[in-house]
Every structure is written in structure tokens, then in C-alpha cells.
Design a binder for this molecule. Structure first.
Ligand code: PGA
Length: 249
């Protein structure tokens, strides 16, 4: 049975002390849910937030990792370091990384492999920009991102991957995908996984939706058979909103 997951992506928000407060509030509110809840914090928050999280089903994640293992890469943070700080998950290939930092498919594939090697679960992001959707290229864009980023993984590695479909036009814009648009893409992604890895692994893979997800729209999105949760940006910065989304399941 695939997991239901709600992951918060704090992005570059909250000073350390504020992040600790936010984590503490979320930690207090998480209980009695079968949803896996993940806080993806800035790097420097990881080890402090780790000390706070003590609820079953509540995990720590990073938002990125280096594409190299270790060494002379000034400013980078390796998957091994992230693991040593207590994280269990790492977001790879968020559209902001793809567009602002020019992360291409090959780089992301290397990051995924290093994450897995260091026992981190990659939350692999994919999604089209508005022009691509308007040109009806969204399906092929997402398919290509997944194939190039993930499809050389053997079965035993792929079954640890979480996928997040995030239409770029919905991220931080307040324009959420309709429930139908989300389900259509999630079903296509799952069918793609069936064709490469078989039904069992595809059925076990959690596919999250991301982009302007809020307590008010989460229930409808999560009601879809192929939407297994959400990757939450803005609404994860407020503990009540974030928990509202967790409880939408
Ligand atoms: P948003 O961001 O919820 O603020 O739209 C989602 C994301 O970028 O992961």
C-alpha cells in the first residue's frame, strides 16, 4: 500500500529561531494521523529541527542536495551530510532549482542516485510551464523529466522514490490545478511507471500534487485515486494551514 504523504517545502523562508518555533508547533499538532508528514527545511535548520521532531510519522527532509559526493564544491551540501543531520527525505528537481539554477536531467539523475546511496528518499519533482500546457506538450514534458531523471534506476531503488507533480503555473500563484487536471496527470504518471516497473511498484509509488495547495482545496485534490498527497510551499509556513492540509485526507 502506498503512503499518503504531506510534505512542507519551506523554501528560503524562516530564520533559524522561527523555523524551530514552526517545527515545534507542527510537532505538537501531529498526532493520530496515518499520513506521513515531512518538513523540508533549509539546510541550516535540519539538525536543530531534528531535535524537536518526536512524533510517529513525522519526518525531516532537505530541499536539495549536491550532485557530487564530496570534495571541492564550495557552498554545496552533500546527501551524506544531509543524512548525518537526521533527514530522511530530500526534494530533487524542484522547478525553482530547474529554472533558476539550471539543473538539468543529468544533474538531477546524479542527485537522485546520491540520495538513494545515502539512504535518503528522493521526492522527485516534475511539471510543465504554462506555455507547454497551452501547446499541449505537458504530458510529454513530464514524461521526459521522469524518464531522464529516474528510469535508469533498478526496481529495488525505484521503489523508494516519491514523485511530486507540480505544474509550474500553479506554484506560488494561487492558481491551483483543477482536481481533474491533477488526476489526469497523476494517472498518466502511474501508467508510465507501470510500463517501466510493472504494476506492483507503480501501485506502491506515492505521487504528490504541488502548487497552491491549501486547506480549502486539498480535500478535493486528495480525493482523486492517483493523488497520494501534497508538496506544500506557502501553506506549510503556517502550522494551522499545514495541519489543515494533513487533516484533509
Ligand atoms: P506553493 O509551492 O504551495 O507555494 O504553490 C509548492 C512548491 O513549490 O512545492
Amino acid at each position: 500500500m502506498r503512503k499518503k504523504i504531506v510534505a512542507g517545502n519551506w523554501k528560503m523562508n524562516r530564520k533559524l529561531q522561527e523555523g524551530i518555533e514552526l517545527a515545534r508547533t507542527v510537532n505538537e499538532k501531529v498526532s493520530g494521523t496515518d499520513v506521513t508528514v515531512i518538513l523540508c527545511t533549509p539546510f541550516i535548520h535540519l539538525s536543530e529541527v531534528k531535535k524537536i521532531l518526536n512524533r510517529d510519522g513525522l519526518f525531516l527532509g532537505a530541499q536539495n542536495c549536491a550532485s557530487e559526493e564530496s570534495g571541492a564544491y564550495t557552498g554545496e551540501v552533500s546527501a551524506e551530510m544531509i543524512k548525518s543531520a537526521g533527514a530522511s527525505y530530500v526534494i530533487v528537481g524542484h522547478s525553482e532549482r530547474r529554472s533558476y539554477y539550471n539543473e538539468d536531467d543529468l544533474t538531477l539523475n546524479k542527485k537522485v542516485k546520491l540520495a538513494l546511496k545515502n539512504d535518503l528518499i528522493p521526492i522527485f519533482c516534475c511539471g510543465e510551464v504554462l506555455e507547454e500546457r497551452k501547446a499541449k506538450k505537458h504530458l510529454s514534458v513530464v514524461k521526459n523529466q521522469i524518464e531522464k531523471g529516474l528510469f535508469d534506476l533498478p526496481d529495488r531503488d525505484f521503489n523508494r522514490i516519491v514523485i511530486a507533480y507540480e505544474p509550474v503555473w500553479a506554484i506560488g500563484t494561487g492558481v491551483v490545478a483543477t482536481s481533474g487536471q491533477a488526476q489526469e496527470m497523476h494517472k498518466i504518471i502511474r501508467d508510465l511507471l507501470v510500463s517501466r516497473y510493472g504494476k506492483e511498484i507503480a501501485d506502491d509509488t506515492s505521487i504528490l500534487y504541488g502548487g497552491s495547495c491549501k486547506p480549502s482545496n486539498a480535500r478535493e485534490l486528495f480525493a482523486n485515486p492517483d493523488v497520494d498527497g501534497g508538496l506544500i510551499g506557502g501553506a506549510s509556513l503556517n502550522a494551522d494551514d499545514f495541519m489543515g492540509i494533513v487533516h484533509a485526507f
